[in-house]
Design a protein around this ligand. Structure first.
Ligand code: 1SD
Ligand code: ZN
Length: 258
């Protein structure tokens, strides 16, 4: 088990501070983004995505607090004011109860039904543990979801596996998928927020450069509800697997503009 796995009380974030010193730190994530307090920053130009189009086959796993997909090839993100080039390591999601509020970040108090995290580390590192020792070693891209009337077929490969990874530690084959198909088109990713924060699960390490995109990804209600079929270790439905928002403690959130 690595330090990132969620072994106990994954659905009781209020208990984390006792077990993990960093979870009581002053630069924690997620946060509520108050749009009128954000600062427009001209350096936050469109991000550069390399190899996000690459189709890969992998496996999807119920890790006890989310469903996670490891990324087996090199895809990088850079530019947009990021301090380095970062390569994608894995992605996972946070969601609500049957399509109810479930995102980790909130915008002016609004909680979206789900949030995607694509976890990256500076491209010269070979593992996340080392990257987390660098205060800018990890970059997470966060995307919201919104309810739409029609199903988003690009999510079928993921949603079709959920039934077979209901149990904790369940994993299954994930057929052809690309990172690009999961996120908005590049012209719809120019509006985003940037701040310095932490992992949202223990050890809550404060080594994360966060980018939270404004434009949500559409999914139908049925698709959103499918995630609630996944189960925690104790067999209860894995729902509301988000950490509540944390105090900003004087941090500035930057905005790329429209
Ligand atoms: O919750 C994830 C956790 O599963 C792990 O992926 C960690 C990075 O190793 O990141 C957190 S989060 O901050 O991306 N939610
Ligand atoms: Zn996450």
């Amino acid at each position: 088990q690595t330090q990132f796995s969620c072994q106990h009380q994954c659905n009781a974030p209020e208990k984390w501070n006792h077990a993990n010193q960093d979870c009581a730190g002053r630069h924690q994530s997620p946060i509520n983004i108050v749009t009128r307090k954000t600062l427009k920053d001209e350096r936050l130009t469109p991000l550069r995505f390399d190899n996000y189009q690459q189709i890969f086959k992998g496996s999807i796993k119920n890790n006890g607090h989310s469903v996670q997909v490891g990324i087996p090839h090199v895809s990088t993100v850079s530019g947009g004011g990021l301090p380095a080039t970062y390569k994608a390591v894995q992605f996972h999601l946070h969601w609500g109860d049957n399509g109810g509020p479930g995102s980790e970040h909130t915008i002016d108090g609004e909680q979206y039904p789900m949030e995607l995290h694509i976890v990256h580390m500076k491209s010269h590192y070979t593992d996340l543990i080392t990257a987390l020792r660098d205060k800018e070693g990890v970059a997470v891209l966060g995307f919201f979801y919104e309810n739409s009337n029609s199903a988003n077929r690009k999510y079928d490969p993921i949603i079709n596996t959920l039934q077979s990874i209901r149990a904790t530690n369940g994993s299954t084959y994930l057929p052809s998928i690309s990172l690009a198909q999961l996120i908005p088109s590049e012209q719809n990713m120019t509006s985003y927020y940037r701040y310095k924060g932490s992992l949202t699960t223990p050890g809550c390490t404060e080594s994360v450069v966060w980018t939270v995109f404004e434009n949500p990804i559409p999914l139908s209600t049925e698709q959103l509800k499918a995630f609630s079929k996944v189960q925690y270790h104790d067999g209860k439905p894995m729902v509301k697997n988000f950490r509540p928002v944390q105090p900003l403690n004087g941090r500035q959130v930057f905005y790329s503009g429209g």
